[in-house]
Design a protein around this ligand. Structure first.
Ligand SMILES: Nc1nc2c(ncn2[C@@H]2O[C@H](COP(=O)(O)OP(=O)(O)OP(=O)(O)O)[C@@H](O)[C@H]2O)c(=O)[nH]1
Ligand SMILES: [Mg+2]
Length: 422
């Protein structure tokens, strides 16, 4: 081998060794490495944004969702500002109201709508007042003031009461003058509409506080204790914890009656000795309801004549005492009226309303009377909402009052009404 060839081989070998082992690879020349992120967009951000790196869109969406959820939960929103670093600490205000007050639920499980049962429950009133109205209107060719006078007579003698009847008939006269009562159908429709407008005030009970305290008052035998039992059944179906307060300390049998309902509906009954002060028994009942973390406390009271001043004063004291045991309680004071008393029920209601703050009416025993027209007077004159109606003795016979449903049940099937009369 010539020396030149040897020198060439040596040069090539040195070059290979140099390239393979000694030379440092230049970073920019490395292939297939992803480009480092460009920082230019960050420079375009305003000074504020530069301080914090911008959030990725997904994180922003998540934060927004979190904020929305918190806005929907006022009680939780007040918790020490949920570890969100961006929020200044001053936003973590203490809650002004306890979370328990934010409840707003239906009161008890409503009775499933069953128009036929309601119609049957109202059959006496249908067969009385409604049948008489229908008889007057049926086949009438001429709608004149004389017909309105006859309708007025029927309403007056059906416990609708003078004031409500006169106001209603006056509105019918206005419709007649406006030529809105062209035929019998229109008169019937106008009567329905007027009745619904009168009854349409009010609203159903709701659960807004825990425990919600409902005091039940009324004259003897109007259906207070039975109504409490029926309400307990509704609440039990709804999965609520119910306590019953035996505020009728007048009769031992009254406590027993409540205990029967309590046992049946799984509700604790708080009672005192016979003749005990009803205020102190119900004060204890409120505390027991709080201790049991109950949803609702239903307070029974002794039946009393609305004309007996001392008994009405006792009710005021009971109410005040319940309020001392729990702020804002009783949230509801239901006046139970027996529909079979007709206009007398209206008189009772006026006196009770004057003595204490009544929040709603329960009209019982509509199934046993033709005097159901009194419901119009109660709603119109007292401006008190009718919360429930009783159309029988079973728990399911206490129905949430719905003006449209009620009027439909009363006025439905005009031509068949007379024949249905009880
Ligand atoms: N038909 C019918 N009977 C009812 C209705 N509501 C209650 N009653 C009955 O009326 C009667 C009196 O009911 P109570 O619940 O004892 O009346 P109360 O108001 O508690 O009576 P006192 O405690 O004596 O004041 C009972 O026989 C009940 O079954 C109803 O809607 N329809
Ligand atoms: Mg009773």
């Amino acid at each position: 081998m010539s020396p030149i060839v040897l020198v060439l081989i040596a040069v090539v070998a040195v070059a290979i060794v140099y390239f393979l082992f000694l030379r440092k690879p230049a970073a920019p020349e490395l292939p297939a490495k992803p480009e480092p992120k460009k920082l230019e967009p960050a420079r375009e951000q305003p000074a504020e944004a530069k301080a914090k790196p911008p959030k990725r869109p997904a994180a922003e969406v998540a934060d927004k969702e979190q904020e929305r959820r918190e806005a929907q939960k006022p009680a939780e929103a007040a918790k020490p500002a949920a570890k969100k670093e961006e929020k200044p600490v001053v936003e973590a205000k203490a809650p002004e109201k306890p979370a328990a007050k934010a409840i707003d639920e239906e009161f008890g499980k409503p009775v499933v709508l069953d128009p036929a049962t309601l119609r049957k429950g109202l059959s006496r009133t249908r067969g009385g007042m409604i049948a008489r109205l229908a008889d007057l209107i049926r086949g009438r060719r001429e709608i004149d003031p004389a017909l309105l006078a006859e309708l007025e007579e029927v309403l007056l003698t059906s416990d609708v009461g003078v004031k409500t009847t006169q106001a209603l008939v006056q509105r019918l006269h206005a419709r007649l003058e406006n030529k809105e009562l062209g035929d019998a159908d229109k008169v019937w429709a106008a009567l329905r509409a007027e009745a619904e407008a009168i009854l349409g005030t009010g609203g159903r009970l709701r659960l807004r506080q825990k425990p919600e305290v409902v005091m039940v008052v009324g004259v003897n035998g109007s259906g207070k204790t039975t109504t409490i039992g029926k309400l307990a059944a509704k609440l039990k179906d709804q999965g609520k914890v119910v306590v019953l307060g035996a505020g009728d300390t007048f009769r031992a049998a009254a406590v027993q009656q409540l205990e029967v309902w309590g046992e049946r509906e799984g509700a604790k009954v708080v009672k005192g000795k016979e003749g005990a002060d009803p205020s102190s028994v119900l004060f204890e009942a409120v505390n027991a309801a709080k201790d049991a973390n109950a949803d609702v406390l239903l307070c029974d009271t002794a039946g009393r004549l609305h004309t007996k001043t001392n008994l009405m004063e006792e009710l005021q004291k009971v109410r005040r005492t319940i309020g001392k045991a729990l702020d804002g309680a009783p949230q509801e004071t239901l006046l139970v009226l027996d529909a079979t008393n007709g206009q007398n029920a209206l008189e009772q209601a006026k006196q009770f309303k004057e003595a204490i703050d009544i929040t709603g009416v329960v009209l019982t025993k509509l199934d046993g009377t033709a005097k159901g027209g009194v419901i119009l007077a109660i709603a119109d004159e007292l401006k008190l909402p009718v919360r429930y109606i009783g159309i029988g003795e079973r728990a399911a016979d206490l129905r949430e009052f719905d003006a449209a449903e009620f009027v439909e049940a009363l006025f439905a099937g005009r031509d068949a009404i007379s024949t249905e009369a009880a």
